[in-house]
Design a binder for this molecule. Structure first.
Ligand SMILES: O=C(CO)[C@@H](O)[C@H](O)[C@H](O)[C@H](O)COP(=O)(O)O
Ligand SMILES: [Zn+2]
Length: 187
């Protein structure tokens, strides 16, 4: 089973990267431009994708490689349990990210929503809010991309229906973006 998963893992990453390499480079260049103009990168998702959002934010604010570069303005919307519980309790879980974007997002920012199914209402609502704020709106999704297609400037749809393979490919894409940003800001 493990070898089968490995085969599928390699195949899904190869297929997705050959389809979306230019788009991923474009997203990285947008991140660079917006960070240089004083904007920030705002990332969110549920479950494993919440962990991925935090992982990426940590690599941008802290470090990605062993080389030192200036801290980059990135934040995950999945870490403040007081904010998360109050929005869910007082409004609804569907608004847990959009309400935070209402507070933080602007036209200077890049907003990245992660959903393997493309169906999580709270992720879609937040991407919609990012669009209204004129942030550059990025989706990392899978399956058929769901409703994320309608609200993203770029939606990277991993070529798989398996949540694990989709998440593994999301991490590869996030690391690729961090790598490009690292190289740029190390100069
Ligand atoms: O990590 C996993 C499965 O690998 C789960 O925690 C998974 O992220 C959760 O079920 C999420 O709620 C799924 O949401 P989404 O990716 O469809 O938006
Ligand atoms: Zn990492």
């Amino acid at each position: 089973m493990i070898s089968e998963n490995l085969k599928e893992h390699i195949q899904v990453i190869e297929q997705t990267i050959s389809k979306y390499e230019d788009d991923i480079n474009f997203i990285a260049s947008k991140c660079i431009k917006r960070l240089e103009a004083g904007g920030k990168i705002i990332i969110f998702g549920n479950g494993g994708s919440a962990a991925d959002a935090q992982h990426m934010a940590a690599e941008l604010v802290g470090s990605f490689s062993d080389k030192k570069r200036p801290a980059l303005a990135a934040i995950a919307l999945t870490t403040d349990t007081s904010t998360l519980t109050s929005i869910s309790n007082d409004y609804s879980y569907d608004e847990v990210f959009s309400r935070q974007l209402e507070a933080f997002a602007s036209e200077k920012d890049v907003v990245i929503g992660i959903s393997t199914s493309g169906k999580s209402k709270n992720v879609i609502n937040a991407l919609q809010l990012g669009k209204e704020r004129k942030s550059f709106v990025v989706g990392l999704s899978g399956n058929d991309g769901g409703q994320m297609n309608a609200v993203c400037d770029k939606n990277i749809i991993v070529c798989s229906n398996h949540t694990s393979r989709i998440q593994e490919t999301h991490i590869f894409i996030e690391h690729s973006i961090c790598d490009i940003l690292d190289k740029h800001f190390l100069k």
